[in-house]
Structure formats: C-alpha cells, structure tokens
Design a protein around this ligand. Structure first.
Ligand SMILES: [Zn+2]
Length: 136
C-alpha cells in the first residue's frame, strides 16, 4: 500500500509537467503510447518536432511524457529517463529549476544547456558523454 501511494504521488507530483507534454504531443499531431511507465511520443512533424529539430535537439521530457524526433538515437531513452526521475523529484518546480540551472550556467560563462546541472546529472547517469536533448 505504501509503495502504491508513493507511485501515485510521483505521477501526481510530476503531473503538471506531463500535462505540458501532452500539449506538446497534441501540437505535434502524434499520439503517445504507454511504455515503461511513461508516455512515449514519436514525432516526425508538428510544432514540437519543428521546435526541437530547429534547435538541434532530438528529444524532450515533460513529466512522464517523452517526445522524441526522428533524429533521436536508440540510447536517448536512458538519458530521458533520468529527466523523468528528475521531474518526479522536482514536480511542478522542475521547469523553473531547469531554467534557473540554465541561467546559473550562463552567468558562470558556461553553456546554458550542456553545463546545466540537470543535463550534467543526466549525462553522468545515462553513460554517455555527449548531449542528447533538452528538457523543459
Ligand atoms: Zn537532457
């Protein structure tokens, strides 16, 4: 029972971000599928795909929804699942915290994306050394 409540809480806490993800999926005209406890949305068109690929990114995680573009590598899910756990930890504060991490990196003269503490954690845990995609 306690584990069920913890699981429910993680989904509720990250829920506002997941709602943003559902809006991004709708803007991409792509239906998410349920896989490994998340909603996975593959998009080769639509607003989110255009927005991501225009910036050179291939995926975005919003709560329990991961939107990947056609340019995503198979290993991207390891990276995005770290962002899912971050979103579960930070809940509705995740987006402001992530953006704050970008500002801190920028103020320190570093890359706002690559040196964002959330991205550094994701790259440490996904086993890669290359950036894969942003979260918002
Ligand atoms: Zn990332």
């Amino acid at each position: 029972m306690a584990n069920t409540l913890k699981l429910l809480w993680r989904y509720l806490w990250a829920g506002p971000n997941t709602m943003l993800g559902l809006a991004a999926a709708a803007a991409s005209a792509s239906l998410p599928t349920l896989a490994h406890g998340i909603l996975l949305c593959r998009s080769n068109r639509g607003f989110a795909n255009w927005f991501l690929t225009r910036r050179g990114y291939c995926a975005i995680t919003l709560g329990h929804l991961v939107l990947v573009t056609s340019q995503a590598s198979p290993q991207i899910m390891d990276h995005e699942m770290v962002h899912v756990r971050q979103s579960e930890r930070w809940g509705p504060l995740f987006v402001p915290a992530y953006l704050t991490g970008m500002v801190i990196a920028r103020v320190q003269g570093r890359d706002p994306y690559l040196d964002n503490s959330f991205e550094l954690e994701a790259r440490r845990q996904d086993g890669s050394s290359t950036p894969q995609g942003p979260v918002a």
